[in-house]
Write a protein that binds this ligand. Sequence first.
Ligand code: UFG
Length: 320
Amino acid sequence: MVKVLVAGGAGYIGSHVVKALLQNGHRVTVYDNLSSGQRINLFPEAAFVEGDILDFATLDKAMAGQDAVVHLAAKKAVGESMEKPELYAENNITGSLNIMKAMLKNGVENMVFSSSAAVYGMPEYLPIDEKHPLNPINFYGYTKYDIEKYMEWYSRLKSFRYMALRYFNAVGYDAEGSIRGREIGSQNLLPIIMDTAAGRREKFSVFGTDYDTRDGTCIRDYIHVTDLARAHVLAIDYLLRGGRSASLNLGTGKGTTVKEIVAAAEKVTGRKLNVEYAGRRAGDPAVLTASSAEAEKLLGWQPEYTDIEEIIRTMWQLEQ
Ligand code: UFG
């Protein structure tokens, strides 16, 4: 039985990862400060330590005896990271260094890290593969890039192996309804659309209608969180089998425009959404799509959810 510490395991992606690990027979300890994670997302089969990744003593204690770490404890609002870089440096970078320090101290050698497509910045070609230059254009993306570099150095210098998973646009919820803690205050497109459809919000804006895309709105690669979660389980298995450290994209390779998302959401919810067409949001590339060929090669991973309506249905069912 593999013992896995999941930092950020009460959060949106983390709770899905915990479910997938438990389903695969792993013994899980969730480590979370509940700043954005929610108690309702905890599984009774997993142990829980309420702690901050900045609190080394608590982290150190929780790390003892683990075989691997999945690290998803981070702040992730791009706009906020540009206004409060010091907050993001402290939480994301110092917090990650603390986790790695506790790992080295306790002889825990394997880490699966929650990275982001934000490490690439503006795409130079599409779909983006892992050879694409890393030029983050926001501080959030920089923190993920920076942590990947630390992990790379540690893997050269110490008994430390890692798998950085670069998520594209994470969406959806567990289709079986096991995860009840809807993300609160997310500024991402689909959570905002769900808020609007459910009546918690009056309207929302589509940022930019003059992009060079099929309908003028931005194209993104929306990947279901259950597919992401499965990749973490595969990454743990891979590292424990002795696989080499790597960074991998996780996306579907399929691009969907904002207008297509809106149309699909109206169809799934049966509600007409109050949409305002606004100007472009700073820093948004027109198109972001992933090549996940490397994840398929190394992990045998492929997304199972490819239909955006089906993905949105897994979000809408939480409102019922
Ligand atoms: N959008 C709107 N209106 C909104 C919110 C978003 O039109 O109210 C549009 C955006 O302009 C973008 C698309 O919807 O074209 C998706 O936007 P999100 O904010 O949901 O996601 P991003 O693609 O901007 O960001 C995602 C992740 C980040 C990551 C980034 C780059 O959420 O963590 O991809 O990889 F940094």
